[in-house]
Design a binder for this molecule. Structure first.
Ligand SMILES: NC(=O)C1=CN([C@@H]2O[C@H](COP(=O)(O)OP(=O)(O)OC[C@H]3O[C@@H](n4cnc5c(N)ncnc54)[C@H](OP(=O)(O)O)[C@@H]3O)[C@@H](O)[C@H]2O)C=CC1
Ligand SMILES: [Fe+3]
Length: 339
């Protein structure tokens, strides 16, 4: 990992790599061609991953000559118009406030799939989303929202950790399935989020800090107050009242130190509790194919929030609703949950 971190995010172009034409494309006309508009961090990481996964890549830039050195040798860096004309599937790796500068590409992008990867700067609850605005700008193209929850770093390093899932939505099922296929080939797991109207939720997703953490934090706080008061009464106040011995110096460090392990122990027990309840219900019913009752659902999700941090392998809660799907969703956790 240290080695990976010390490696530059973008590898320099090797000497002699001046040819901008895709030699691979000449030799293998069957290799799918993917276009990217923009030459920023996201575009460069995506280009590297696409090239590594066997795609031909054509990148559209306002200043192709300046950007060419930033991309792998196998990628073609050209004008925005040329990239838009060549590829049938085009990633728009440009900030949403600059989407309107791409309107002159409208004829070239007609009938093609546009993947909007953009995120907003703040949570937008009222809409329209960036993707919906892009779809309005390019009514003849098929806009797919996706890849916005994946960082440039994860894209470049490949899907090794928890960020394997790519949420996608679009009004065109054909365009969506072509992007899903691309996701799989890149090694990610596409998740179909339905129509483009879901794009607002997808754009808001990366902006939520620790979703579902309100209840666990509240529990921790309440437990801390409870145990602190208990330890204060027992170790500080009681000796003072009964023997007149002042132990108030214990309050800032010793009492806190005794309190924290108790809080941690109760919290970890609470994390396992929904799993135990679920296992008990399964034993009682004699089958693992029944759905869990609704009251267990929200509790189970809280457990999942904690698991998601401990084991960033699976962010899904499906296994708690329907056990047979658990192994396919998160095999690593199956062993941890014990059912
Ligand atoms: N970086 C990340 O980790 C992630 C980024 N995203 C999304 O990807 C998109 C691009 O992000 P990122 O690559 O980081 O951004 P950068 O600022 O690094 O790159 C944006 C690129 O847009 C191009 N561009 C086209 N038109 C304009 C214009 N009018 N003004 C300025 N730039 C323009 C530029 O390329 P050129 O000059 O060659 O035309 C520029 O390199 C954003 O929408 C972002 O929300 C989503 C997930 C993760
Ligand atoms: Fe799980």
């Amino acid at each position: 990992m240290l080695d990976e971190m010390s490696r530059p995010l973008i590898r320099g172009r090797p000497e002699g790599g001046a040819s901008r034409r895709l030699e691979a494309s000449m030799s293998d006309p069957g290799t799918p061609l993917v276009g990217i508009l923009g030459t920023g961090d996201f575009s460069r990481s995506l280009a590297r991953r696409l090239v590594a996964s066997g795609y031909q890549v054509v990148v559209g830039s306002r200043t192709p000559k300046r950007s060419v050195a930033l991309f792998p040798e196998e990628a073609e860096v050209t004008s925005q118009m040329e990239a838009a004309s060549q590829a049938d599937l085009v990633f728009v790796a440009v900030f949403p406030e600059h989407h309107s500068t791409l309107v002159e590409l409208k004829p070239a992008l007609a009938g093609k799939t546009l993947v909007d990867v953009s995120n907003g700067l703040r949570i937008n609850l009222d809409g329209p989303s960036n993707a919906e605005r892009l779809a309005d700008l390019f009514p003849e193209s098929f806009v797919v929202k996706g890849f916005n929850t994946i960082s440039a770093w994860s894209l470049q390093m490949g899907p090794r950790d928890g960020s394997r899932q790519i949420y996608l939505c679009s009004d065109s099922s054909k365009a969506k399935s072509s992007v899903m296929q691309l996701c799989r080939r890149l090694g990610f797991i596409p998740v179909d989020m339905g129509l483009l109207s879901s794009s607002l939720d997808l754009e808001n997703l990366p902006l939520y800090l620790f979703p579902s953490w309100r209840l666990p934090i509240l529990c921790t706080l309440c437990l801390f107050i409870f145990f602190y008061l208990y330890n204060f009464l027992r170790d500080v106040l009681q000796p003072f009242v009964t023997t007149g011995k002042s132990a108030f110096y214990k309050m800032p460090i010793e009492t806190v130190n005794v309190t924290l392990p108790s809080v941690a122990l109760v919290m970890i027990s609470l994390v396992y509790l929904p799993g135990l309840c679920a296992a008990f219900l399964q034993l009682r019913w004699g089958t693992k194919y029944n759905r869990f009752p609704n009251w267990l659902g929200p509790v189970a999700q809280q457990e999942e929030a904690v698991w998601a941090v401990q084991l960033p392998v699976c962010g899904s809660t499906r296994h708690l609703q329907s056990v047979p799907s658990h192994e396919e969703v998160c095999p690593l956790q199956t062993a941890q949950h014990g059912f």
